[in-house]
Design a binder for this molecule. Structure first.
Ligand code: NAP
Length: 304
């Protein structure tokens, strides 16, 4: 039986794993793809301390993984399908059941969809959610980016280095993202912000050709020719495997207390999957450390 299964190998999970391994707990990190999480989709991280010049996302993930290897942290490859509540907890990974005293849910979040006609059909044919993955295909082309948060601003700043022109389409008259990104976006000669504007549909037969947009103040509709559409309208948690007894917020994110305890004893959560305001690598790392410390305290007090 495991002391703890850490579900998800992003920065939160890797940090939790590191703490548990150093403490000698019988723990493993479960990951369905490569460890690193969304950091792998981020070009450069400028707000993680210790790297004064910034660091490439995959390079940071690689360094974190090396830290885990040093403590010989076991890794289980597979997808968590279900957690059965009990003492012990039973975690189904692919088709195998694993018994564990605790879990740390650090399965992260993924991009939300816009939900407009054409989006689903043209995904992979001009509709993308990942600048680092697909930006290269739009060299010297015209694209639309949708959203006004940190992701939309930061990814537009990355994409402007590749493409000819970006229409940054935001539904309000003010950005939600950080001021430091806002200033750079507004100063960019290749980014044109379309304020108070929503995308009603994405057009194209076999590839994206245009978006139909509507100004929410005037109700005026127009068609803008673009070769690609990058959608950055927020995240949704990756936690479909959790039992309903684990409380979620309105967006589906997992509610915890300050010790990363969920509403079910033995189930802890850390990182982007958690209900919180600041989703950064730094806060994920902090969550992971707190969750592992709470798990270790919990293990001291249970008898399975
Ligand atoms: P976010 O902060 O939730 O922003 C989502 C944006 O999309 C908002 O501007 C929102 O508009 C807009 N939006 C949502 N639904 C929409 C819809 N149906 N139609 C049109 N627009 C829609 O999400 P995010 O930018 O993905 O960031 C998620 C988290 O990761 C945040 O905590 C963020 O700070 C963090 N993050 C940090 C960095 C960094 O520090 N470098 C980079 C990326 C992400 P409204 O503003 O009107 O609500």
């Amino acid at each position: 039986m495991w002391d703890c299964l850490v579900i998800g190998g992003g920065p939160a999970g890797m940090t939790a794993g590191l703490y548990l391994a150093r403490a000698g707990a019988r723990a493993a990190v479960v990951e369905r793809f490569a460890v690193g999480g969304q950091v792998l989709n981020t070009e450069r991280i400028d707000n993680y301390p210790g790297f004064p010049e910034g660091i490439l996302g995959y390079a940071l993930a690689e360094l974190m993984e090396k830290g885990l290897e040093r403590f010989a942290m076991p890794r289980l490859s597979g997808e968590v399908r279900e957690i059965e509540i009990g003492m012990p907890l039973r975690v189904r990974i692919d088709d195998a059941l694993h018994e564990t005293k605790t879990v740390i849910v650090s399965s992260g979040a993924t991009w939300r969809k816009l939900g407009v006609p054409g989006e689903e059909r043209l995904t992979g044919k001009g509709v993308s959610y990942c600048a680092l993955c697909d930006g290269f295909f739009y060299k010297d082309k015209t694209i639309a980016c949708i959203g006004g948060g940190d992701a939309a601003l930061e990814e537009s700043l990355y994409l402007q280095k590749l493409v000819r022109k970006i229409y940054l389409i935001h539904r309000r008259d003010a950005f939600r993202g950080m001021k430091v990104y806002q200033d750079k976006v507004l100063a960019s000669p290749s980014i044109e912000v379309l304020w108070n504007t929503v995308v009603e549909s994405i057009e194209g037969d076999t590839a994206v050709q245009a978006v139909t947009i509507r100004n929410v103040q005037t109700d005026a509709r127009s068609r803008v020719d673009v070769d690609g559409v990058f959608i950055f309208v927020g995240n949704r948690p990756l936690a479909d495997f959790l039992p309903s007894a684990v409380e979620r917020d309105a967006g589906g994110f997992v509610v915890t207390d300050m010790e990363m305890r969920t509403t079910v004893p033995g189930i802890f959560a850390a990182g982007d999957v958690r209900s919180k305001t600041c989703r950064q690598v730094t806060t994920a790392v902090g969550d992971g450390a707190i969750a592992a410390t709470s798990v270790l305290a919990y293990l001291e007090n249970i008898h399975v």
